[in-house]
Design a protein around this ligand. Sequence first.
Ligand SMILES: Nc1ncnc2c1ncn2[C@@H]1O[C@H](COP(=O)(O)OP(=O)(O)OP(=O)(O)O)[C@@H](O)[C@H]1O
Length: 259
Amino acid sequence: MSGLVLRAVAAGYSGRTAVSSVSFDMPAGSWLAVIGPNGAGKSTLLKAIAGLVPSTGEIRLDGVATAALPARARARAIGYAPQTPLIPDGLTVTDYVLLGRTPHLGALAREGARDLAIVAQVLARLDLDALAGRALRTLSGGERQRAVLARVLAQQAGLLLLDEPTTGLDIGHAQALLELVDRLRAEDGATVVTTLHDLTLAAQYADRLLLLDNGAPVAVGTPEQVLRQEIVARHYAAEVEVLTTARGHRVVVPTRPAS
Ligand SMILES: Nc1ncnc2c1ncn2[C@@H]1O[C@H](COP(=O)(O)OP(=O)(O)OP(=O)(O)O)[C@@H](O)[C@H]1O
C-alpha cells in the first residue's frame, strides 16, 4: 500500500520552471486526476514524481523519499505510462508487456509462469489477447496505447502514474481501461495519479482533482468542488456548461459561443 505525499514540489527543464508549489497528501488506494489546459505542467508533474525530471521539494511514497529509492526498488514501486511512449522495434505485444515484469525478476532470471499468467490476465482485461502475437509496430494507435498501459499494469506497482491514458481510445476501451485501473485501486490498494483532458471521465473516476494553470495549482478538491462552470471557463478559456448526471457526476459540455 503506497500513500503519496508532495510538499512544495517544483520541476522544469534547463533552468526554466514548468510546475511549482505543488503539495498534496494522497492516501493509499486513492485516485488523483491532474487537469488543466495545454502546457499547464501536468506531464512535468508526473515525470517529477516518476523521477524522470529533476525536482525540488519533497516527494514521499509510503513515508520514503522517492529520491532515496534505489533504481530497482523505484521501478517496482512506481509504474509510469508516458503520453507519447517510445515503441521498441521488433517486439510482439506479449514480449513488450512482459517488460513490465522486469523489475520483479532477479539478476539474469527469466520470466516464469507467474509472470506469464499476469501478462495474459492484463492482456485479456484490456481486450488485447487476440493481438498477443502481433508485432507492436503493426497495431492501430488505440491498440498500441492499450499495450503501453498493459505493460505498466503488468508491473503491479503500488503507485500508477498514467499520462493521458485514454488518448486515442474509443469510449468503450477508455471505460474498460479506467475500470481496470479502478479495480487495481480498490482491490490491490494501488494509488493512482492520472492526467486527463476528459473532465467528465476525470469526475467519474478520481476522488480528487488538481487543476494546474500556468505551472501552478489553482484548485484542488472533489470533482464537485473543482468542476464548476466559472472555474473551468476561466482556466481553460472555454465556454462550457457543467451538468450533473442522475448519479451525481459532473459532466462538462462545451457550448458554442453565440455569434
Ligand atoms: N522536454 C522539455 N524541454 C523544455 N520544455 C518543456 C519540455 N517538456 C515540456 N516543456 C514545457 O513545459 C511546460 C509544461 O509542459 P507539460 O508537458 O508539463 O504540460 P501539460 O500540462 O502536460 O500539457 P498538455 O496538456 O499539452 O500535454 C510547457 O511550457 C512545455 O512547453
